[in-house]
Every structure is written in structure tokens, then in C-alpha cells.
Design a protein around this ligand. Structure first.
Ligand code: HEC
Ligand SMILES: [Cu+2]
Length: 308
């Protein structure tokens, strides 16, 4: 019987043990006290009109016992919980560092060799990873249920979190701090690879999916690079303008300038979103400079052209 998500990090099993420990103690006392309550209510009930007041128990030893046993239990719960909490909060010295930036409404991961990803955190199995995290805008919270780790990201400061993945596979990342309209769409995946596959991935130049045509590759990037969180493809308004019919559209910018959407405008919109802001929208689109390659921009443009 397990109601908790799969335990996929080294600490997860220990966190679960603390939870079960506290839950079982609480359950035992709940059943015991409720049973006593019922038994006493029946046994010592008022039987007739002239029934005497039931006698009061004043039993010194009993009172001492029911004070001391719970006190010891509470201390055991504290010490046990604290020991696990300490380990949960203290990254091992040899942990691999990855920088994380949360922003409305996506996760960016930066590796020490300059590699960056959006919403996809690649990590090796069996090696401790320390996340150095901050936010570009508001409070976010990085949560991976299968790892039993959760930590707020705060603008203007760094917070930390560590884990050691013990299973290969994909695990969900949720934002666990309400952060605006598309909070529920602020999702990512931890992808746990074998150490060899991880090294291969880290040193590879990530490029277009081999064999796919530009439009298909662009469609994939639209989801993978999180454009989907702010831009619709069916004409419905979201935080940003819809991609439907975007190519060739006449647009008014915030500074009053009139433009026609072409390839260069699209490219600039992706790399320097703040340079030309569309009228009626907030300048909140993150820059994808250094994250999306030139080839990927071409694929995205091809995809946008296909959305008539
Ligand atoms: C956090 C929300 C957000 C994300 C994520 C986002 N954008 Fe934007 N985008 C906006 C907003 C808001 C605007 C309008 C303001 C502006 O022009 O900067 C915009 C504008 C644009 C424009 C100009 C649209 C027009 O009608 O002229 C393009 C092109 C664009 N984004 C492409 C992308 C692509 C491609 C991605 C994914 C790689 C992406 N955006 C991801 C919010 C976002
Ligand atoms: Cu968030």
C-alpha cells in the first residue's frame, strides 16, 4: 500500500518514513482516545434522575504517565524529523551545480559548460545535483513530487535545493507557488539519464530533430521551448499575441510604429523581445538569446508561417 508518488531520489524513502512514523503514531492515539471516550461515555453515563455525580478521578501516577509519554514521543518526532530535514537541506560537497531561473511561466536551466534548456532538466542518475535558483520576476517554487523536494525561488536572491536521482526516467516539475495567470502551465520535466548518456547529452550540440522538416521541428519547439505557455495557435488571446496568421500581419507597436511581420521581425522578437513590443501587451517575454539556436529560430519561423 502506498499512497505517495514513486520515490525516485535518495532522500525520498527517508522523508516517507518520517511521514509514516508521524501518521501511524497519530492514528494509534486517535483510535485509542476515541475508543476510551466511547467506552467511558457509556460506562459512566447518568443512569437516573437521582444519579450521583460520577466520582472524579485524581490519580497522580496516571497524570504523570500521560504527560511524560507524549512528551517523549514529541521529542522523538522532532529529532527524527530534524535529522532527515538536515540531510534534505545540506547538499553534499561533490554535488554537480546547475543554475535555475524561474520566470513567468517557465523554467530555465543553465549548465556550467554554457548549455541551457527550458523546462527540461537533464541530470545523471546516482550523482548528487545542487540547484542554485533565483527568479526573474515573482515568487515561484520548484517542486518534484517523486524526489520529495520543494523550494521557493525568490527574485533578487539565491536559494538552494539538492537531490540524488536513483531511478532513470522522467519526473514532473511543478511550480508550487501561485505566480500569475499561467501558473498552472509552469511545468517541466526532470530527465534522469545514465551517467554516460548524460555526458553525451551535455557535450552534444543540441539541434533540430534529425529528419524532421522545418515546420514539424518548429511545432515541436513551440511546445519544448515553452512558447505554448504564452502564445496560442488557434487565434485565442493569451499573455502574448496568437501565432495564428502572424506572418504578414500588420502590427502596431507600443511606440506607435506600424510594421509588417516578416522573418527579421520574428527573429528579433525571439532574441530581443523588448526591442519591439506589440501594442496592448506587457513587455514580459523572456529573451531566448543563447537558448534557441539560429536553426531553431528558422524552424519556429517556418512553423509560424504555416499557421494561416
Ligand atoms: C512568458 C510569456 C512568453 C513566452 C514564454 C514567449 N512569449 Fe513571445 N511574446 C510574449 C508577449 C507578452 C509578447 C508581446 C509583447 C512583445 O512584443 O514583446 C510576445 C511577442 C512575441 C512575438 C511578436 C508577436 C507579434 O504579434 O508581433 C513573437 C514572434 C514571439 N513572441 C515569439 C515567441 C516564441 C517563438 C516563443 C517561444 C520560443 C515565445 N514567444 C515565448 C510572451 C511570451
Ligand atoms: Cu511559477
Amino acid at each position: 500500500m502506498n499512497w505517495l508518488p514513486e520515490a525516485a531520489s535518495s532522500i525520498a524513502g527517508r522523508v516517507d518514513n518520517v511521514i509514516w512514523f508521524v501518521t501511524i503514531i497519530s492514528l494509534v492515539f486517535f483510535v485509542f482516545i476515541t475508543a476510551l471516550l466511547v467506552v467511558f461515555a457509556i460506562k459512566y453515563r447518568r443512569r437516573s434522575e437521582d444519579d450521583e455525580t460520577p466520582y472524579q478521578v485524581s490519580h497522580h501516577t496516571l497524570e504523570v504517565v500521560w504527560t511524560i509519554i507524549p512528551s517523549i514521543l514529541v521529542m522523538v518526532i522532532f529529532v527524527y524529523g530534524f535529522v532527515v530535514f538536515e540531510d534534505l537541506r545540506t547538499p553534499p560537497k561533490d554535488a554537480m551545480e546547475i543554475n535555475v531561473t524561474g520566470k513567468q511561466w517557465l523554467w530555465q536551466f543553465h549548465y556550467d559548460n554554457g548549455k541551457s534548456t527550458i523546462n527540461e532538466l537533464f541530470v545523471p542518475e546516482g550523482r548528487p545535483v545542487k540547484l542554485v535558483m533565483t527568479s526573474d520576476d515573482v515568487l515561484h517554487s520548484f517542486f518534484v513530487p517523486e524526489f520529495r523536494v520543494k523550494q521557493d525561488l525568490v527574485p533578487g536572491m539565491y536559494t538552494y535545493l539538492w537531490f540524488k536521482a536513483i531511478k532513470k526516467g522522467e519526473f514532473n516539475i511543478f511550480c508550487a507557488e501561485y505566480c500569475g495567470t499561467n501558473h498552472s502551465g509552469m511545468l517541466g520535466k526532470v530527465k534522469v539519464l545514465s551517467p554516460a548518456d548524460f555526458e553525451k547529452w551535455k557535450t552534444s550540440k543540441e539541434e533540430l530533430i534529425a529528419g524532421a522538416n522545418l515546420v514539424e521541428a518548429g511545432a515541436e519547439l513551440y511546445t519544448k521551448r515553452a512558447c505554448i505557455g504564452c502564445h496560442s495557435i488557434d487565434g485565442s488571446p493569451m499573455v502574448g499575441p496568437t501565432f495564428k496568421g502572424i506572418f504578414g500581419r500588420q502590427e502596431t507597436l507600443a511606440d506607435g510604429q506600424e510594421i509588417t511581420v516578416d522573418e527579421n521581425y520574428l527573429r528579433k522578437s525571439i532574441y530581443e523581445p523588448q526591442a519591439q513590443v506589440v501594442k496592448g501587451y506587457q513587455p514580459i517575454m523572456p529573451s531566448f538569446k543563447g537558448i534557441i539556436s539560429d536553426n531553431e529560430v528558422s524552424a519556429l519561423i517556418a512553423y509560424m508561417k504555416s499557421l494561416k
